[in-house]
Design a protein around this ligand. Structure first.
Ligand SMILES: O=C(O)c1ccccc1NCC(=O)[C@H](O)[C@H](O)COP(=O)(O)O
Length: 211
């Protein structure tokens, strides 16, 4: 059965719904331009509530060392997700100094984009395939945009990978079937407004994954 990550948690209610629904991971966003951005205080409080109940993922975008150190200190995450244009060398560096599992996110628009994955396999513990941002001004993730899931169906990767981008309680089963994903990630598709997760939609998404 696939496992799920509920990303962009901003409230205790959403966190509890994710855990009670059986999510394997929850994501906390530290990118200041995101509607899901958490201040250090909120990040620390949610991370404390999650500790020992679910695997936590710190979502970062091209973050410098000072940002990472402060966010890791606040959240003590199990995983760090690098969701910007981090080169393989930077991914290796973060993994070394943070001493946590690293998830490297990549934007996928066409088959050729998946070739970039091989450069990250030696330095990341997991990969995450998301739709590409709709414009240079848009944030790099959490945009409710899907890509062609069938692109993934014919590939094998040297690391576990998550399918992300535009997933919802309605389409996630089909996305798993077409892509062959063992791990799925959702943010916008379980929200009632940008940045506000809906516990009922979280429960519906997790139930659909588990069917
Ligand atoms: O969620 C955000 O606001 C975000 C901002 C900047 C970088 C990454 C972000 N989210 C990362 C995720 O893992 C999302 O779950 C993933 O992009 C899928 O989002 P959605 O298409 O909204 O389900």
């Amino acid at each position: 059965m696939p496992d799920a990550k509920i990303c962009g948690i901003t409230t205790p209610e959403a966190l509890d719904a994710a855990i009670e629904g059986g999510a394997r991971f929850v994501g906390f966003v530290t990118y200041p331009k995101s509607p899901r951005f958490l201040t250090q205080d909120k990040l620390a409080a949610l991370a404390r509530r999650a500790a020992g109940r679910v695997e936590t993922v710190l979502v970062t975008v091209a973050a410098d060392d000072a940002h990472l150190v402060a966010a890791i200190e606040a959240a003590q995450p199990d995983w760090i997700q690098l969701h910007g244009g981090e080169a393989p060398g930077r991914v290796a560096e973060v993994r070394r100094f943070a001493r946590r599992g690293v998830i490297k996110a990549m934007g996928v628009g066409r088959r050729e984009d998946l070739m970039a994955a091989s450069a990250y396999e030696p330095v990341a513990d997991m990969l995450l395939f998301d739709a590409q941002a709709p414009s240079a001004a848009a944030q790099p993730g959490g945009n409710a945009m899907a890509f062609d899931w069938s692109l993934l169906g014919s590939w094998t990767f040297g690391r576990p990978w998550l399918l992300a981008g535009g997933l919802t309680p309605v389409n996630v089963r089909e996305a798993i079937r077409v892509s062959g994903a063992d791990l799925v990630d959702v943010s916008s598709g379980v929200e009632s407004a940008p940045g506000l997760k809906d516990p009922l939609l979280i429960a519906q998404f997790l139930a659909a994954v588990e069917v």
